[in-house]
Design a protein around this ligand. Sequence first.
Ligand code: ADP
Length: 626
Amino acid sequence: MSNPRETHGFQAEVRQLMQLMIHSLYSHREIFLRELISNASDANDKLRFLALGTPGLLADEAELAIWIDFDAKAGTLTIRDNGVGMNREEAIAHLGTIAKSGTAEFFGRLTGDQQRDAQLIGQFGVGFYSAFIVAERVEVESRRAGDPPEAGIHWESSADGEFSIEARTRAQRGTSVILHLKADAREYADPWRLRALVRRYSDHIAFPVRLPKEGATLEYEAVNQAQALWARPRAQISDDDYKAFYRHISHDGVDPLVWAHNHVEGKREYTSLLYVPAQAPFDLWQREAARGLKLYVRRVFIMDNAEQFLPLYLRFMKGIVDSGDLPLNVSRELLQQDEQVEAMRGALTRRALELLAKLAADDQAKYAAFWKEFGRALKEGLSEDPGNRERILPLLRYASTHNEGDEESVSLADYLARMKPLQERIYYVTGENIGAARTSPHIEQLRGKGIEVLLLGDRIDEWVMGQLPEYAGKRFKDASRGQLELGALADVADQERVDAALKESKGLLKRCKDALGERVREVRPSTRLQDSPACLVRDEHDLSESMRRVLQAQGQAPPPAAATLELNVAHPLVRYLEGLPRGEAFDELAQVLYDQARLNESGQIERPAEFSRRLNGLLVRLAGAQ
Ligand code: ADP
């Protein structure tokens, strides 16, 4: 054969990954076995799938399985499957490079902190290269199903940055991974250790994992259950089984928070097993990142990342769905149009939301962990999936004026339970971050009256909240817009004060408006302020400052930004202003108040240097006057 031995360098990322694995993953070294068995299981799954269209592929050996052999004296351990196998090109591509999306991002997020990096590697999927955690040399012998024995290959590497590949005749299809164990890893060539590890990590694998029978040569026995986990009755599955299966399908090294395993019968028959991870994957916010469930049809693996079964905002959910009705040759295109899939998507979406509701009810600490990682994604559902709004709303969590700190832990139900008698609105305020929202002048009066205000500090919040009409019959109210709509909570005294201010300060309000011109729509006495001299108020449907900035960044010209300036007529600065006639000093101070209000609102003003100059001028004058 014209297939000489060739030496290739590993892709730089693979080299880096291998180094990291060898040096950072020493605490859970045994995971290599889980990873290799998982790959063997995937290879068998793939062959079973291909054989649906080409049954001949299974001809010489119909039963798919995984074998583990060891030689304690030689210090070798071999994991063999009779799955799809690899040809020369595939071995070079798959065992020399990383083809995953998000690879660059993954490497960008490595910190050098071994523990954190080890977790990241876990999330990224350590896969085949984990063999080098325990092996100083790894050989792979493989033959692609359907190829003749001469097309077999032999791959080998000692983790020195290179691997070699050559042709080697192989009688069976599938792959053997042969580990030459490091001196300090010889313990893995032990039948008891192997048995225990397979039971612990690979019991859920749907193919038999066979070890040599004790005291017999060339006889094997399966040590796992060898049945698809989700097909077993729930009562027979332990939490550890569920967690191990989660690791197998998600490559996540951290246990899931919660899961739901359901079998649906009737018009459609399917089984689903959904997990809520504890940690966001590094590519949660990448548009092109792979997402979706693993799809099986009557136990036969069909595809990874079937996106059609859950909406985008639930992209963090992991799991499998096994349909009893879909055709085995179902394709991605078919899934997109299928009515049955649509109905399953609806049901699985509800199932996922119910699972979250249950988590929120059963375990607040876990739910808080979930919210921290995935709350932002879930919020997208309010606009993406209006049909489920009533299910999503109770799952939201907010920071609030009733709590200290930035932690988002207040639900709408909490808010409702604490509302003042006769309170008609759910008040909220948004800012660049929660701290900015908390100190917003717009909520001074509400605070003064002890009315709770939800604090939102995410750019999309303003937009999301603007779309929400109400919760449990109470309308949402942005405290920075329009009137506060206090209804029965408004004091008669408040109104009288405003009326009086309107009358007494008419001159001041007009002078201010004249001084600020088009920049403000109107100047009026405030019902919101208590400590601050001024704030800007937008009408209900005006664009917010942050939305304006988003539009501007996209090259669009948003409509003019005039807002109403509210003055706290009781504030000493405003009283001082009132004493001034229209003139340079008046105009400068009016402008300073306006700029301050803008700063409070958005953290930005158009000409900061001018603002500083004015403020300094004012300070100098006041200091001199003393
Ligand atoms: P992952 O399994 O996450 O894709 P791995 O590093 O574990 O990453 O494996 C890389 C690729 O090598 C796999 O996607 C697969 O194509 C191939 N591979 C690994 N092990 C086997 C095997 N036992 N049989 C066939 N192909 C395999």
